[in-house]
Ligand binder design. Structure first.
Ligand code: IVH
Length: 697
């Protein structure tokens, strides 16, 4: 198809999709089935990928739906509907005394009546309200302002554990059930990794990621985000039979029934009889929640008997029959000692706070990132401030606030440097970007070392050496570029301070092994700006070898799925930079792989015939882990079945996989156990010197 034909078809598709969206959301009478809509959206996405110059900001593929806060309603593509019963919030507290008071009040009002409490986790996502009519999902609304919500039905249909049709029997003909849409940590980490690779702003926490994802206009993108749902409340009005009589006695019976209809309901609920049961539940989950695969921020305590809920009723804002106990966010207060300005391999200057070491959820925190100058200004951080550090769903601790009461008198804001802290070159800031950077990419020592560290990193060439080694090689003038590494000799290294025969052999072996690293990782290792692991893979697969890539025009680069204007320009510039071309030529001569080739010879057959499912995060990327399995003869697979040899569980494994494994009696093993099965596994961490520092140790 040529560009004129493509343009015509793109226009047709856009008109079709917009018109259907309007009919679907505003008039509630779509002209297309969801299946058809998705197929057309895919067709448009594919055409736009092929002809990116035809992408316009108003294309349905580019639109993110508006939120209620931004008045104006269906502008962003989501119609709004009133809730049948307002979506209220919950009274909440951080004090256990308030929970005791809640229990006492309930006992007093219900004067002698026997009753129980349903204790549940408080899920930290974004609220959702599902409506089922005759057992079929027909509408899903966000909370909105509690009275009116956004219609996100199309997106909710893409969430795997929300059934389109109910199973079992006994469901009311027309009813509503409410709960939370969550983004499990695993999906959150993956999404943020992708965003960082593309130099997009990562989501601050899984909650924001969940609500942002639910409001995307492209439901195929929603499907990729790995959202999850848990349901916890059926409004009493929804729980009456045809005769108008309540069909359940208690809230927990209603949720058990919902589970039997195939709806996702938490199994971690417990019926409590008194305050002591409630306190046990709270204490248990205050610790145990850390091993859940998604975020929770407290406990909800509900009077379980539905007639008693009716007796207690509601205030204007929340039910009187329920209360939330919120867990203290894990944060610590500590003085700011100083701020380092670190220069990364692309020249970006990142402010990093040095803190008085403080214990935070089991680890000592000494440093926290301040991201950039804008973030520092937003916090209004001053020299000598006491700062709050928190670990949210994220791994890197961050400064979330300042204790103003402890601010020293006359404290001044820190001065962001005007020149590179390493080479003294005046820093530059591009219009519209938050980052300041050092433009001296060729000669700035930190950038040179940063590029070497990136090249040698695990996800790239996996050369076993740490930052101090790189610093030493650089200082002695032995290595400035990746290609220099391959020209080092064992004899040269033996003469250097701190190197022993064993460390030289290990280093030289890992350099030798790196010649087997596939082209896609070599491309990633080159450190082309904006080209992360995922993009490097797409580009490598698309072009097949470095010669075709070097010959590619920007238009040809844009034909790669993940590549937009910014990446295309960056790759094109790199492939036309004389220094970069010289590097490529030397690395090629050293024997690195610059072609997508046949799979390398295998490393062993210890996993021969074994199907292995992986879940969670590992010390290497998930793709690298799959590759490792294949290299030892195993077969990586995505779902647990009776044929699975074992489930390899990293950090935060998916709950469904763990559940399935325990159901089928499939063994679950850790990364350490797995590595122990492999012959001659290289040690997990590089670094020739002990205790080589990393940024966030
Ligand atoms: S019950 C009428 N149960 O927390 C009240 N809410 O801060 C119905 N939430 O609005 C809500 N987990 O979005 C309930 N197990 C749970 C919950 C829960 C999380 C959310 C919900 C609520 C908010 C209050």
């Amino acid at each position: 198809m040529d560009i004129h034909e493509a343009n015509k078809r793109i226009e047709e598709l856009r008109t079709l999709l917009w018109e259907n969206s309007r009919r679907y959301y505003v008039e509630n009478s779509p002209t297309m089935s969801d299946f058809e809509f998705d197929a057309r959206m895919h067709e448009l996405e594919a055409l736009e990928a092929q002809f990116p110059e035809l992408i316009t900001p108003d294309s349905p593929t580019q639109k993110v739906g508006s939120d209620l806060e931004e008045e104006g309603g269906a502008r962003g593509g989501f119609a709004q509907y009133p809730h049948r019963y307002p979506m209220l919030s919950l009274g909440n507290t951080y004090n256990i005394e308030d929970i005791e008071a809640f229990v006492q009040r309930a006992e007093k009002v219900l004067d002698g009546t026997k009753f129980t409490y349903s204790c549940e986790l408080k899920f930290d996502g974004t609220a959702i309200c599902l409506n089922y009519r005759n057992g079929v999902l027909y509408r899903a609304l966000t909370r909105g302002d509690g009275v009116v919500g956004d219609d996100v039905t199309r997106n909710v249909r893409k969430i795997k554990n929300i059934p389109e049709r109910l199973s079992g029997s006994g469901w009311p003909a027309d009813f509503e059930i409410r709960g939370e849409i969550l983004m499990p940590y695993e999906a959150f980490d993956r999404l943020n990794r992708e965003r960082e690779e593309q130099e997009e702003q990562p989501f601050a926490n899984p909650r924001n990621a969940a609500s942002g994802s639910l409001k995307l206009l492209s439901s195929s993108e929603v499907a990729r985000r790995g959202l999850w749902c848990t349901l916890y409340h059926i409004p009493a009005e929804s729980l009456t039979g045809e005769d108008g009589q309540p069909i359940f006695e208690t809230h927990s019976q209603a949720l058990d029934a919902a589970a039997s209809w195939g709806l996702p309901v938490s199994e971690d609920r417990r019926i409590c009889r008194n305050i002591s049961d409630i306190e046990d539940y709270i204490h248990y989950w205050d610790g145990a929640r850390r091993s859940l695969p998604y975020a929770t921020d407290g406990i909800v305590i509900k009077i379980n008997e539905l007639p008693l809920q009716r007796t207690l009723g509601f205030t204007a804002k929340s039910p009187r029959w329920a209360v939330a106990f919120k867990f203290q966010a894990e944060r610590a207060l500590t003085p700011l000692l100083s701020i380092d300005y670190q220069v990364g391999r692309t020249g970006t200057v990142t402010p990093v706070a040095n803190l008085r070491p403080v214990l935070l959820s089991g680890t000592v925190v000494k440093r926290a990132t301040l991201n950039n100058a804008d973030q520092m200004a937003l916090l209004d951080i001053r020299e000598g401030d006491w700062v709050y550090v928190e670990k949210g769903g994220e791994i890197i601790p961050k400064i979330t606030g300042i204790e103003l009461a402890k601010r020293p008198e006359g404290a001044l804001p820190p001065v962001f440097p005007k020149t590179c802290p390493d080479c003294g070159t005046p820093l530059v800031r591009d219009e519209g970007e938050a980052r300041w950077y050092c433009p001296n990419s060729l000669n700035c020592p930190m950038q040179i070392q940063g590029r070497l560290i990136h090249f040698m990193s695990r996800k790239a060439m996996n050369v076993l050496a740490g930052e101090m080694t790189v610093e030493q090689l650089y200082r002695l003038g032995l290595a400035r570029t990746p290609a220099d590494l391959y020209e080092l000799s064992a004899l040269q290294l033996m003469a250097l301070e701190g190197w022993k025969e064993r460390s030289v052999i290990r280093f030289m072996d890992s350099l030798e092994n790196s010649k087997q690293v596939p082209f896609e990782r070599v491309l990633f290792a080159l450190g082309i700006r904006f080209v992360g692991e995922t993009t490097a893979r797409s580009i490598a697969r698309h072009f097949g070898d470095i010669d075709s890539l070097m010959a590619a025009s920007q238009e040809e680069l844009l034909a790669v799925g993940d590549v937009g204007e910014v990446i295309a320009r960056s790759v094109y510039d790199f492939m036309h930079d004389p220094d970069a071309l010289d590097q490529i030529a030397r690395l090629r001569a050293a024997g690195l792989r610059f072609t997508v080739g046949e799979r390398k010879q295998s490393l062993s057959a210890v996993l021969e015939g074994k199907t292995i499912v992986i879940s969670g995060n590992f010390s290497i990327s998930r793709d690298a882990m799959k590759e490792l399995i294949s290299l030892h003869g195993g077969k990586p697979s995505s779902s647990v079945s009776s044929k699975t040899a074992f489930l390899l569980a990293g950090e935060k494994p998916g709950p469904e996989k763990l559940h399935k494994a325990s159901e089928l009696g499939v063994k679950v093993i850790s990364e350490a156990e797995f590595r122990a099965m492999l012959p001659d596994e290289a040690p997990a961490q590089g670094g020739l010197f002990d205790n080589e520092p990393t940024l966030f140790d």
